[in-house]
Design a protein around this ligand. Structure first.
Ligand SMILES: NC(=O)c1ccc[n+]([C@@H]2O[C@H](COP(=O)([O-])OP(=O)(O)OC[C@H]3O[C@@H](n4cnc5c(N)ncnc54)[C@H](O)[C@@H]3O)[C@@H](O)[C@H]2O)c1
Ligand SMILES: [Zn+2]
Length: 377
């Protein structure tokens, strides 16, 4: 009598990531084949255009050569964390979708950094309950991690990614040429996600990064592209094969260091970039793992030294703000964002990790003190 009607269904996704150079060279057919005769709205991060003004001409020539149906000239919008700080960019995209009569079979091509892709991706996910999206990440961090995932979102209530959705893009086009216009900070930022995923999943990759530190810190284009690519592969493989692409469980097995990072970003009013905050969060979690007897002292030192050699600063005053209370609040906010029981990933060895459900305030404080002492040395 009270039996519910239960029907099982599943939806198959194909997560497609192209690795290329010169995606807007007329001879590069990836975008032309993806877009064909469909309507297309192209949205571009203004920071990218400032760094490479010729991009607009390149897009124009490509559109003309392949007879693509753009609804308007590339729509240039605010990028960087500012575009996630309110819903202005989301509303601008929604208005453009409405005005240009973009339908669920049309495409939005978002070109920019991780923040821009998050904001535009969110608008694409909610307009008509989901318009097709092609992501073109243009920073190391977005090519190595943010852009190749299935999440989007903007910040709200002083919390990162509070408003967002899971929405796999139709395709991701990772064009390593974009990385050439980044400054040293922009080039470095994505390396932290590569180190993170290497520590968690691939010891050989970690050693490779270690051996190439000097080239990476010096901005070697080919080595940077290789590291970014391996990081993207590991992140995407995790989404496709770890069994929880939409994070329905309580665990986030790739989010080493992220509970603290998200809090530090907000506490620093985004003075710290995502990459810089993750470097500190990573160092903090790794010291906590050592304190818990999970990760050896020697490995802890290796990871911290690698991050420093890559140019990351492993301490920010926000760790000790108000006796460390706001930082610790980040743990509860992380739990709340995931739902269920607090679940943190910590490393056991290079390429091996485990999950813990508790991190005591004393351990976190001690790790923060250690990082402060380290930078003062
Ligand atoms: N959705 C996800 O799964 C996910 C995962 C990780 C991080 N993120 C988010 O990604 C964001 C960080 O992304 P980011 O590190 O790419 O930073 P960002 O998007 O803030 O970009 C940094 C700056 O670089 C500029 N820029 C972009 N491309 C450029 C280029 N090729 N040359 C010169 N300048 C360029 C941007 O305009 C911006 O000013 C954070 O908001 C973070 O929360 C999302
Ligand atoms: Zn991250």
């Amino acid at each position: 009598m009270h039996e519910p009607l239960e029907l099982d269904f599943s939806v198959k996704y194909k997560h497609r990531i192209y690795f290329t150079e010169g995606a807007f060279n007329v001879g590069n057919l990836i975008l032309a084949q993806l877009l064909q005769s469909n309507k297309v709205l192209v949205a571009v991060d203004v920071g990218l255009i400032t760094a490479r003004p010729a991009l607009l001409t390149e897009i124009g020539a490509y559109v003309l050569a392949h007879k693509l149906s753009l609804t308007r000239p590339p729509f240039i919008l605010t990028g960087g964390e500012a575009c996630k700080s309110d819903d202005k960019v989301v509303q601008q995209i929604l208005s453009a979708i409405e005005a240009d009569k973009i339908c669920r079979h049309s495409y939005i091509v978002a070109i920019g950094g991780g923040a821009f892709l998050d904001a535009v991706g969110f608008a694409a996910a909610i307009a008509h309950r989901g318009v097709r999206l092609i992501r073109m990440p243009t920073t190391t961090l977005s090519q190595a991690d943010a852009g190749v995932g299935v999440k989007n979102g903007i910040n709200a209530f002083g919390k990162k990614n509070f408003t967002g959705a899971f929405a796999p893009p139709v395709a991701v086009v990772n064009d390593s040429d974009f990385l050439s216009s980044l400054d040293a900070r922009g080039r470095r930022d994505g390396l932290v996600e590569a180190v993170k995923v290497a520590v968690l999943k691939d010891g050989d990759f970690f050693e490779k990064i270690e051996k190439q530190t000097a080239q990476l810190a010096g901005g070697d284009k080919e080595i940077l592209a290789e590291v970014v690519r391996r990081s993207a592969e590991l992140h995407a493989e995790h989404i496709a094969t770890a069994g929880d692409p939409f994070e329905l469980g309580s665990a986030r097995p790739l989010d080493l260091g992220h509970w603290a990072a998200h809090k530090l970003e907000v506490l620093s009013a985004h003075r710290l970039s995502h990459g810089e905050a993750v470097a500190i969060g990573l160092a903090l979690d790794i010291i906590c793992a050592r304190q818990a007897g999970l990760f050896s002292t020697a490995l802890t030192e290796r990871v911290l030294t690698l991050l420093e050699k890559l140019g990351f600063n492993l301490y920010a005053d926000e760790l000790h703000l108000d006796g460390g209370r706001p930082l610790l609040q980040g743990l509860e906010e992380f739990r709340e964002h995931l739902g269920g029981q607090l679940t943190l990933v910590l490393p056991k060895a290079l390429g091996e990790s485990t999950q813990v459900h508790e991190l005591s305030a004393a351990v976190v404080r001690c790790a923060a003190d250690e990082l402060r002492a380290r930078v003062r040395r």
